[in-house]
Design a protein around this ligand. Structure first.
Ligand code: SAM
Length: 284
């Protein structure tokens, strides 16, 4: 892989997915993409670059992304956010739902689904008949392969250890073929592939956005635009939960109040500030 090949790959990944590949990642890019070259029977990296840069290269660009990103996740990762959901964030939202309100949560960059299922289990523990109300969790990731795994809701049996009781017994089942997420939790979630760098087709604003351990892949200006974009589709008073090594920066900083470890609340009472229109969004 020549310097020029590496730069072409880095440019392509950044342009389409926002992912920043510094020079230090060169060995990783080489080893992970060499496997793709072999699978495709390509002679060299220049031929691989030609493919991913071509109009017909979309499928391979997605494969390239899967090869270069890590999908590491687990149930109830960074538990403090689930404690916060349980004690602070969800109770008023669920009360609003009981009174006929609409509640929307988004797990953005959900990988193989453990994060949105952890939200759903926490929610069901507080409101077992949640499916009777207008409560939905959207779970998205740029990688269609992990979305398919997430949708299946089927995991290795050992993963059950990360799910606290009584949620584990009540809303999941473990058999000889592994751990299965029960229908009550699955019914609350809509899984869809979505590139955070592209258009967001969702209508309506969110009450909670969890985007954790995703922005670490993006460079600083891309992160700033992402935070700003999130605030533009949050209800006033809504919450944004980010990963342990991520920091809010840029215009969103003034709009978000820090309410705990990597947890933020959009300033303004729900009745006050209207959601910004698409035209007002800086990145729309
Ligand atoms: C390390 S996982 C984080 C999973 C989960 N949020 C957690 O914290 O456990 C990062 C995920 O971000 C996704 N990702 C990377 N770039 C993305 C983009 N441009 N749009 C949407 N998802 C992206 C990857 O596919 C990967 O599944």
């Amino acid at each position: 892989m020549t310097d020029a090949d590496f730069r072409r790959i880095a440019r392509s990944v950044q342009a389409e997915f926002g992912i920043f590949l510094p020079d230090i990642k060169r060995d990783l890019v080489y080893s992970r993409l060499l496997r793709r070259l072999r699978t495709l029977g390509l002679a060299d990296f220049a031929a691989y670059c030609d493919l991913v840069e071509s109009g017909a290269g979309l499928a391979e660009r997605t494969e390239m992304l899967s090869a270069l990103t890590t999908n590491v996740t687990h149930f109830f990762r960074e538990m403090h956010h689930f404690d916060q959901l349980r004690t602070q964030i969800l109770p008023p939202l669920l009360q609003a739902a009981r009174n006929g309100g609409r509640v929307r949560l988004w797990s953005a960059g959900c990988s193989s689904g453990q994060e949105p299922y952890s939200i759903a289990l926490t929610l069901l523990d507080l409101l077992p008949d949640a499916s009777r109300y207008d409560i939905r969790i959207l779970a998205t990731d740029v990688d269609p392969q992990v979305i398919a795994r997430a949708r299946a809701g089927h995991y290795a049996a050992a993963e059950r250890e990360s799910i606290p009781e009584p949620m584990r017994s009540q809303f999941t089942e473990t058999g000889a073929d592994g751990l299965r997420i029960g229908e009550a939790a699955r019914a609350l979630i809509t899984f869809a592939p979505l590139n955070l760098m592209g258009d967001w087709p969702m209508r309506g604003a969110f009450d909670v956005i969890m985007c954790r351990n995703v922005a670490i892949y993006f460079d600083a200006p891309t992160q700033v635009r992402l935070w700003d974009r999130f605030t533009s589709i949050m209800q006033p008073g809504a919450h944004l939960l980010i990963g342990h090594s991520e920091r809010i920066a840029g215009p969103a900083e003034a709009l978000l109040e820090n309410i705990g470890t990597t947890a933020y609340r959009l300033r303004g009472h729900p009745a006050e500030a209207p959601v910004r229109s698409a035209a007002e969004r800086s990145l729309a």
